[in-house]
Design a protein around this ligand. Structure first.
Ligand code: NAD
Length: 374
């Protein structure tokens, strides 16, 4: 059976590459640490909500953070809570379930809650976190449509807390180098972007194929990487979208759960993007950016790493990192020290992706070109 983890492992190109993966990232992280003096600034104290596959990955990666620390959990499964408590030394007073986590407002030892649950739950959970007076970090997609996303932004504003979204690629060194080169004009006028995002999804009973919990299908889960990538690679927000859906298995991919969508985006500077989002093909994790003077290719472009890439000037040699470690250290700087990230990671950034997803679904339904105003 194919799982998401299998997919992300395959994205690294080969079994050998994957076996080197954690070491490569950790070695780079360690080398960085060895060359910098010990950190004695503020530390972001985080509770993770949803102790599933990705929550587990984030928790492991956070063990190498300098500016962020896993201090609490929110889960509906007492046995998981126990296991995490002993593994990460989490005190009883920092453990909550889905019924009582509003009480986190009385806990002075937790600064932020990282919501890593099925997409359809993010909105209500983030709003409850905000009402409890804690900073909210949501996994992507931030919500299942733009209206929900807006509600989350408004609730966080009202509560005076910040809202961030787990866009880990916004801190990835090779991605940032391509962005730097594009900003410096090294590719010239940007003309074209291609984003390919897909994997073969397994278990038909999983929440990712349940519209209520997922909000859709591949687009919500993996297609969003091409959407978000089209924006940070071109440096612009699209002004129109067209889209076409194909479905080979209507039993597995029920009404409202997209299997494969091809979509096109138009940008104000004249560039166009051509993207594919699918739950029915493996080996799709490629970004290609083309300009009048050069190009960049990232492949894999959004897997857990190592990311690989080259431009018309040669191989990209920036270090491999553990994305979630870097993301959480950077989130600490943003939440506690007001730092500005290289590419935005806030609710407004995520809302743009949700507006594009809404427009893609509308374009599929109507067969029409849909105008966007982000
Ligand atoms: P998962 O199924 O492995 O874990 C989901 C967790 O939510 C489980 O612990 C489950 O018990 C809990 N949960 C709480 N209420 C639930 C309910 N009503 N139904 C089902 N599960 C419930 O999923 P995952 O892969 O960890 O994904 C969680 C979120 O993280 C999703 O939003 C996903 O898009 C995102 N994600 C992001 C990345 C990334 O690279 N940024 C990678 C994987 C997943």
């Amino acid at each position: 059976m194919n799982t998401r983890r299998d997919f992300l492992q395959k994205l690294t190109g080969s079994a050998i590459a994957f076996s080197l993966l954690p070491d490569a990232g950790q070695a780079a992280d360690k080398a960085d640490k060895a060359s910098t003096p010990p950190y004695d600034g503020p530390v972001l104290r985080v509770a993770i909500m949803g102790l599933g596959g990705y929550g587990t990955r984030v928790a492991e990666a956070m063990q190498s953070c300098t500016k962020a620390k896993l201090v609490g959990v929110i889960s509906g499964t007492p046995s998981k809570v126990k296991a995490w408590q002993s593994k990460y030394n989490i005190p009883d007073k920092n453990c909550y379930n889905y019924e009582n986590f509003d009480n986190i407002k009385n806990n002075k030892d937790i600064d932020a809650v990282y919501v890593i649950t099925p997409n359809g739950l993010h909105k209500d959970q983030v709003i409850r976190v905000a009402k409890a007076g804690k900073h909210a970090i949501s996994e992507k997609p931030m919500a299942i449509n733009a209206a929900e996303g807006q509600e989350m932004i408004d609730a966080c504003k009202k509560a005076g807390v910040k809202l961030l979204v787990g866009y880990r690629m916004h801190f990835e060194p090779k991605t940032l180098e391509v962005i730097r080169m594009r900003k410096a004009g090294e590719f010239g006028k940007i003309l074209f972007f291609q984003g390919l995002s897909g994997f073969i999804i397994g278990d038909p009973t999983q929440w990712r194929l349940n519209k209520q919990l997922s909000g859709g299908g591949s687009m919500m889960d993996i297609g969003i990487y091409s959407i978000n990538g089209s924006r940070y690679m071109t440096g612009e927000d699209p002004i129109w979208v067209t889209a076409q859906e194909t479905k080979t298995n209507p039993v597995k991919f029920k009404e409202g759960v997209d299997e494969t969508i091809q979509f096109q985006l138009g940008f104000p500077g004249g560039a166009v993007a051509s993207c594919l989002s699918t739950y029915s093909m493996n080996y799709l994790d490629r970004f290609f950016l083309n300009g009048e003077k050069g190009f960049a290719e990232l492949m894999p472009s959004t897997g857990y790493g190592p990311i690989r890439g080259h431009t018309n000037k040669g191989e990209l040699t920036q270090p491999a990192t553990t994305h979630q470690t870097v993301q959480m250290d950077e989130f600490s700087g943003i939440l506690l020290e007001g730092k500005q990230p290289p590419v935005p990671v806030d609710g407004e950034e995520a809302l743009k992706d949700l507006k594009i997803i809404d427009a893609i679904y509308l374009a599929v339904k109507t067969g029409q070109k849909v105008a966007l105003s982000l």
